[in-house]
Design a protein around this ligand. Structure first.
Ligand code: ZN
Length: 184
């Protein structure tokens, strides 16, 4: 899945052309030949959490997706950041919506550039305060997994796999870092 270039003007619906705007910009933009609107497309932030249970953090909460894409696959709670919220607030909101979990947000854990789709994914660690989950409509099931139980072949996204792998590696070392990665 590549990010989709804009085809029609957001102001008037005319088919756009890709060219350098007249203002000295050095990148081609979607320019409307009718109303001359210049459209700038920029990467989107996806924010989420690694919710863990127990003093030893041995259990991680995963959600089984009830929506496309990757319906039926397992994921960490995450989604697109909304206007008016911080990255941590967005990660918390997604954890509420997708898992209905009670938790406390901890440190930033992973930052992943997914250049191919024009996204940046950020995950925070979160400490679960209970094991009662009340997932919303986007989730079929929310449950805890140990490292050995993680359905590695049934994970929805590569960023989820990379984040989980690093979480369990750091847990073994007894120290959590911030992981910055480029997902090719
Ligand atoms: Zn237009």
């Amino acid at each position: 899945m590549h990010f989709s270039p804009l085809k029609h003007c957001r102001a008037c619906g005319t088919a756009v052309v890709y060219r350098l705007p007249d203002d000295g910009d050095t990148k081609e933009r979607a320019v409307c030949p009718a109303c001359h609107t210049v459209h700038y497309q920029n990467p989107l932030n996806v924010v989420g959490t690694v919710p863990v249970w127990g003093d030893d953090g041995a259990h991680v909460l995963l959600c089984k997706r009830n929506i496309e894409p990757r319906h039926g696959k397992w994921t960490l709670p995450a989604g697109f950041m909304e206007m008016g919220e911080t990255t941590a607030e967005g990660a918390a909101r997604e954890t509420d919506e997708e898992a209905g979990a009670q938790y406390e947000i901890q440190g930033l854990f992973s930052v992943m550039n997914v250049v191919r789709v024009g996204q940046v994914h950020l995950y925070y660690r979160a400490r679960l305060l209970s094991t009662t989950f009340n997932p919303g409509h986007e989730t079929q099931e929310a449950r805890l997994f140990t490292e050995a139980e993680i359905p590695w072949d049934e994970l929805a996204f590569r960023t989820v796999r990379e984040t989980l792998k690093r979480y369990f590696d750091d847990r073994r070392k007894g120290a959590f870092g911030i992981h910055v990665l480029d997902i090719a």
